[in-house]
Design a protein around this ligand. Structure first.
Ligand SMILES: Nc1ncnc2c1ncn2[C@@H]1O[C@H](COP(=O)(O)OP(=O)(O)OP(=O)(O)O)[C@@H](O)[C@H]1O
Ligand SMILES: [Mg+2]
Length: 251
């Protein structure tokens, strides 16, 4: 059984239909990359999977249970976590404080962000583990607004991981990064444990092919193909639509 199943979802903004009968299945631990030109509906698909936007038709299942109507914060507890295409960090807080908050969001107790002394020992320990595991302990006291853009995007991925998700959705994790930062991010994504399934929207084709087990191509809100990296690479329609210059691509 697939872990995440998106079944025939559709979404319109007024008269603009952005998603048409989109279906997708992601198995446990799978690395599933979604590609498609600008405006294809990729971010909207993530918003619909996480119920930030209500879907018009279809359903989303996690572990066989329908989650389409559940509020976004319940989904984090059920095991779906995500990053946003736009930075979603607290710039005036330090790296460490941002990690505290991300961890606290998953805990069953309430956390008072104005009383840092109340940070619980379990959160302190998990924060240290994250800082050490990802070799960013030397950046722990740096305010996030003082990190480089690439470091901020990396931190976002780490924070989304902090809730220990079954499925992690990453929306363009390398957008706006330098080539070095892009390579670093791709390497980090490759290192994420296989206990986590990944659904990644990505434009950089080197990154796409370095991480994907399976690739789905979205075009004008429709899935036009889903297959192995080789199937996608060799598909004439994909070559024409996606690689072929007709569609505007990110730099
Ligand atoms: N809240 C909204 N209201 C109206 N139209 C929207 C809204 N959000 C997105 N759209 C439109 O829906 C279409 C799909 O947008 P979406 O952001 O999902 O594309 P995308 O594939 O993520 O593109 P990109 O590669 O540029 O990030 C676009 O035409 C966009 O203008
Ligand atoms: Mg997008």
């Amino acid at each position: 059984m697939s872990l995440l199943k998106v079944e025939n979802i559709s979404k319109s903004f007024k008269t603009l239909q952005v998603l048409r009968n989109v279906s997708l299945e992601v198995g446990p631990g799978e690395r599933h990359v979604i590609i498609g030109p600008n405006g294809a509906g990729k971010t909207t698909l993530f918003h619909c999977i996480t119920n930030i936007l209500p879907i018009d038709a279809g359903a989303v299942y996690l572990d066989g249970k329908e989650i389409s109507k559940l509020p976004a914060h319940r989904l984090v507890h059920l095991g779906i976590s995500r990053t946003f295409q736009k930075n979603n960090l607290f710039g005036d807080l330090t790296v460490e404080e941002n990690i505290h908050l991300a961890l606290a969001a998953k805990k069953p107790y309430r956390y008072d962000i104005f009383s840092p002394l109340t940070v619980r020992s379990d959160i302190r320990k998990e924060t240290n583990d994250i800082l050490e595991q990802w070799e960013i302990a030397d950046r722990r006291h740096v305010k996030v607004k003082h990190l480089s853009y690439g470091e901020q995007r990396l931190l976002e991925v780490l924070l989304a991981m902090a809730s220990n998700p079954k499925v992690l959705l990453l929306d363009e994790p390398t957008s706006g990064m330098s080539p070095a930062e892009t390579a670093q991010t791709a390497a980090m994504i490759q290192k994420l444990p296989r206990s986590i399934a990944l659904v990644v929207v990505e434009h950089d084709m080197d990154v796409v092919f370095s991480i994907a087990d399976r690739i789905t191509v979205l075009h004008h809100g429709e899935v036009i193909l889903s297959g192995s990296p080789d199937e996608i690479r060799n598909n004439e329609m994909v070559k024409k639509i996606y690689f072929g210059g007709g569609a505007k691509q990110h730099a």
